[in-house]
Design a protein around this ligand. Structure first.
Ligand SMILES: N[C@@H](CCC(=O)N[C@@H](CS)C(=O)NCC(=O)O)C(=O)O
Length: 210
């Protein structure tokens, strides 16, 4: 299999962190990573549009030549393909809760922070939009309060002691903020500590560039 990806971008990083965490747990996925550079517009080139008509990253190319183009669908595919010692676990309630945290973080934090970054100091060179940035800056702190509450019982990681998909999602958004030099977690000490802790993990050291 091949993963078309780019370090630094949030959705590709989420999948790359997931793969690195699973490999750390002893799963050998044998996925070749192929760079597609959005700063050069390579995600909109005809050869990439054949992989993903939406012109986005990441894309997983299966061994039979078909493609999966949504980051979370790629992760769940890999969970199913390599079920032993998977990340989301087997207990139905635990799985439901883990998925809930991940979705809340993506929809209420990562996606909004991504738009905030593009409106503030876009790595893709989009025109800054202070009006949009000011509006978004009032929205994502609610998610930070939610994350602080989760971490307030002293857990190391979002799902407890083991890494979860939510950790990959949150860290990929925070890396994007560091890459763009846009501050988003000041005043949220438990999130800041989690961030420092997570970045010490071998998988994080392998994947994160910023
Ligand atoms: N919902 C998709 C979003 C994919 C996406 O928007 N990827 C960004 C990078 S984080 C991208 O390729 N942006 C460049 C573009 O859309 O031109 C997913 O989760 O995979």
């Amino acid at each position: 299999m091949k993963l078309y990806t780019v370090p630094g971008a949030p959705n590709p990083t989420k999948v790359m962190l997931y793969i690195a965490e699973r490999e750390e747990m002893g799963v050998s996925m044998k996925i070749e990573q192929v760079l597609v550079n959005p700063i050069k517009g390579e995600q909109k080139k005809p050869e990439h549009l054949l992989r993903n008509e939406f012109g986005a990253l990441p894309v997983l190319e299966l061994d039979d030549g078909r493609f999966i183009v949504e980051s979370l669908a790629i992760i769940y595919f890999l969970e199913d393909l390599f079920p032993e010692n998977n990340m989301i676990g087997i207990d139905v309630t635990e799985r439901g809760l883990a998925r809930d945290i991940e979705r809340n973080i993506e929809f209420r934090f990562s996606n909004i922070v991504g738009e905030y970054i593009h409106a503030t100091n876009s790595p893709l060179g989009l025109e800054p939009n202070p009006g949009v940035a000011a509006k978004l800056k009032n929205i994502f702190p609610k998610a930070l309060v939610y994350i602080e509450k989760i971490l307030s019982d002293g857990r190391d990681l979002l799902g407890g002691e083991k890494p979860s998909i939510a950790d990959c999602t949150l860290q990929s958004a925070l890396q994007f903020a560091r890459f763009a030099k846009v501050e988003v977690i000041n005043g949220y000490p438990l999130v800041q500590e989690w961030d420092k802790r997570y970045r010490q993990r071998p998988a994080a050291k392998l994947v994160l560039k910023f």
